[in-house]
Write a protein that binds this ligand. Structure first.
Ligand code: SF4
Length: 372
């Protein structure tokens, strides 16, 4: 049975109150927090403040030291595999919105196997299955069959699909899924309503309880995030952290991680109100590393090569490489992608860059057998 504690936690932490805590933090607060060993959510608000940005070099040093302590030099690579761009939602920031007139496609088993073969030959053993939201995923065994098919070749499979029922998460885990990426997009309920103009995704509560259903179902790794730029990003990241801390506290076997998607060009005309600069994103990543030393911090190819390389050398631990964001994209370019990518390097070029920085690129994530 699903507890609704996280929603009460959300209600007990009004957006404006948290935003005020972040805005009002001063340099003295930052210096005090940086001396502490154990941090709480009030400390995290201080670490996210503009005052903390003035101590960016101290944050960088501390984040790097913690990353090295908990992850050594290993940096983990994965690749997304889009199985469909069909979607019944109307998110104003996404090419796959059902309002956009794009060519839609589901991959059949042969097409999935072709893309999987390509990625396997590139050395990937951790794959992220991505799709738009479509009732067929709930009603048929399409997703579960896809996971089972891919699990024959890939020991580690994550999914980034619509929020599922606990029973479907269980089936997904039984078929070989060990990870979930489910971003709330924004924890600001007003903004959430404005940018999700139609479809089941308008149900804030169903989505926000998704990670908890997945954790109940035994999914081992859960990745949190917000779409940076929809609302005040500092406050949004604070809530993503609160959500992750809640899951970690209640499901101690579940590993947590964070992703940092920034809005990229797509089919549509939405322009975010809030600009998130490179330095802002660096700051968020450093603050999260200091708050959650053991969390995976995940980068996508939305970001430019040089910037990604720098983040990987300091605090990020996982990265996609050679990504295509359209279904069947590794063998066919005729369908529309979800967004434009900024890092067009091949997987081997990304691996080379990681090695050149003195880090160890790892394409095979640790086996489920080792994580319990
Ligand atoms: S963000 Fe996801 S749910 Fe929204 S339109 Fe795009 S694919 Fe559909």
């Amino acid at each position: 049975m699903i507890r609704e504690n996280f929603l009460s936690l959300l209600d007990n932490n009004p957006w404006e109150k948290i935003s005020g805590k972040i805005k009002n933090a001063g340099l003295d607060d930052v210096d005090r927090v940086l001396k502490k060993n154990k941090l709480d959510m009030d400390d995290f608000a201080i670490l996210l403040s503009k005052a903390a940005a003035e101590r960016i070099s101290v944050l960088k040093k501390k984040a790097h030291q913690l990353t090295t302590q908990y992850f050594g030099k290993a940096r983990f690579l994965y690749a997304p595999l889009y199985i469909t761009n069909r979607c019944i939602n109307s998110c104003v920031y996404c090419s796959f919105s059902e309002k956009n007139d794009i060519k839609r496609k589901y991959l059949n088993d042969t097409e999935i196997a072709n893309d999987a073969e390509y990625l396997h030959n590139q050395g990937f053993r951790h794959i992220l299955v991505v799709s738009g939201e479509d009732p067929i995923i709930m009603k048929s065994n399409y997703l579960i069959n896809t996971i089972a098919l891919l699990h024959k070749k890939f020991p580690s499979i994550s999914i980034e699909v619509q929020p599922l029922t606990e029973s479907l998460y269980r089936k997904a885990a039984a078929a070989g899924c060990d990870g979930l990426s489910l971003y709330q997009e924004t924890y600001n309920r007003d903004v959430y309503k404005t940018v999700h103009t139609g479809g089941p995704k308008r149900n804030f509560k169903w989505r926000i309880n998704g990670p908890e259903r997945a954790a109940c179902a035994g999914i081992k790794r859960i990745n949190f995030g917000v779409l940076l730029g929809l609302a005040d990003f500092r406050t949004d990241i604070w809530f993503a952290a609160l959500h992750a801390a809640y899951i970690r506290k209640n499901f101690w076997r579940t590993q947590i991680g964070f992703s940092f998607p920034r809005i990229r060009p797509f089919v549509g005309s939405y322009h975010p109100d809030v600009e998130v600069k490179d330095n802002d994103m660096l700051h968020l990543i450093l603050a999260l590393r200091i708050m959650f030393p053991q969390a995976s911090l995940v980068l996508s190819t939305r970001e430019r090569p040089k910037f990604r390389d720098m983040l990987l050398s300091v605090a990020a631990t996982n990265t996609s490489a050679g990504s295509k964001t359209n279904p069947g994209g590794y063998s066919d370019n005729s369908t529309t992608g979800q967004f434009d990518i900024s890092d067009n390097r091949s997987p081997s070029e990304v691996i080379e860059a990681i090695s050149a920085a003195g880090l160890y690129p790892v394409q095979k994530d640790w086996d489920i057998g080792l994580t319990g």
